[in-house]
Design a protein around this ligand. Structure first.
Ligand SMILES: Nc1ncnc2c1ncn2[C@@H]1O[C@H](COP(=O)(O)OP(=O)(O)O)[C@@H](O)[C@H]1O
Ligand SMILES: [Mg+2]
Length: 363
């Protein structure tokens, strides 16, 4: 899949911009604060997710304006398709192929991209929330089933947490908890199974990528840590046992402490926790390896290559790692931001754009 055109109106510091990227590598350069990340952010929204920089859609609208509009065309399933996104202070609405308006989150699974930005170091340095977000962002784009089971799971979890808080005031609370737990387990089984399968492949690929990028200096090991099921996915009945066993604790805490909402990924370098022992450069290479694996897994599931959005990553890599990265993204459409064109020494094969104060021009 690739982006054909992307028109932006009143988005962040961009008043108007018509971007026509090429199929291969697209370099966008500009000094700090000119709108490079803003442009990538607007492209990222086409996948239906919320921005990676803000939870509040109104932040995306240009200061002093009330609405922002994105109009894009991309090539998927052997034809050109269109996505329009309307952003107002009430949120994001979208149209696919000029059909009826829907919530932007319903776009999930159409335009697929993998974003890699410096903030992704949080994948290693941050808490489990960041790592679950990594899993969910990738899996929701490639598996409609995952998205729907996860949504069901989170809905029932919310009901259960509400009940746990009110437990002593609700007659027959245990019976209702049984019913909710039964549903939770059913959805957890599917969510866990899909996460586990994804992580098996992630483990293998990210180890290979890490070896190649680092010249086999250390060994990366990424594995899935299920909060309930340690080895294989449990049967429903033993899942119920676990839930009942923990019920007293859950009631005391007032929330459910077990389940996919507490899963995590462990990232180890040479058998040591990367969060604690890895250097900044090693952490960056680990994240890069995980992101490239994500792109490859997405391609396998979708039978289409996702679009790669690489925000300011080249400058932080040494020459050989940079060269390796540029080699490994061959075949993908990529949109790469840099502060300085010198970062990409041989850019004769690339399409180069410059952005200044939100204005994009092709070089
Ligand atoms: N809603 C907004 N309206 C107008 N300008 C904005 C808005 N949000 C951010 N900006 C401006 O965008 C600029 C940052 O753009 P960004 O894309 O992050 O820069 P960079 O090129 O360094 O990646 C800042 O000058 C900031 O003030
Ligand atoms: Mg930036």
């Amino acid at each position: 899949m690739y982006l054909i055109s992307h028109k932006v109106n009143k988005f962040r510091n961009i008043e108007i911009c018509d971007f026509y990227p090429e199929k291969g590598v697209n370099i966008i350069f500009g000094r700090n604060g000119q709108g490079k990340t803003n442009l990538l952010e607007s492209i990222y929204l086409l996948c239906g997710a919320r921005s990676f920089r803000t939870k509040c859609d109104a932040d995306l609208i240009k200061y002093g304006e009330t609405e922002s509009l994105l109009r894009s065309a991309f090539f998927l399933s052997e034809r050109e398709q269109k996505i329009d996104i309307f952003i107002s202070k009430n949120g994001r609405e979208a149209q696919l192929n000029r059909g009826s308006k829907m919530k932007a989150s319903s776009l999930t699974g159409k335009f697929c991209c993998v974003l890699f930005s410096p903030e992704h170091l949080m994948l290693i340095k941050g808490g489990p929330v960041e790592r679950r977000k990594f899993l969910d962002t990738a899996l929701c784009q490639i598996s409609a089933r995952y998205l729907s089971e996860l949504k069901k799971y989170l809905r029932v979890l919310k009901q259960k947490n509400a009940l746990l808080k009110e437990y002593y005031r609700v007659p027959d609370g245990d019976h209702i908890l049984d019913v909710l737990d039964f549903q939770l387990i059913e959805y957890s089984l599917i969510v866990t199974k899909i996460r586990r399968e994804f992580c098996e492949v992630l483990k293998k690929l990210s180890k290979e990528y890490y070896g190649l990028i680092s010249g086999e200096r250390e060994e990366l090991s990424v594995f899935f840590n299920s909060s309930i099921w340690k080895d294989d996915v449990a049967e429903c009945s033993s899942g119920m046992d676990i839930m009942r066993k923990n019920r007293e604790l859950d009631i005391k805490r007032g929330y459910c402490g077990f389940g996919p909402h507490r899963d995590d990924l462990s990232v180890f370098l040479d058998n040591k926790d990367a969060r604690i022992f890895a250097s900044q450069g090693q952490q960056r290479t680990a994240v890069l390896s995980m992101k490239m694996s994500e792109a490859q897994i997405m391609e396998k599931y979708l039978r289409e290559k996702p679009v790669l959005l690489l925000d300011d990553v080249l400058s932080e890599l040494d020459l050989s790692r940079r060269g390796y990265l540029l080699e490994s993204i061959e075949g993908f459409q990529s949109i790469i931001t840099v502060c300085d064109t010198a970062t990409v020494s041989d850019n004769s094969n690339y399409s180069v754009f410059e952005i200044e104060e939100g204005n994009l021009i092709r070089n």
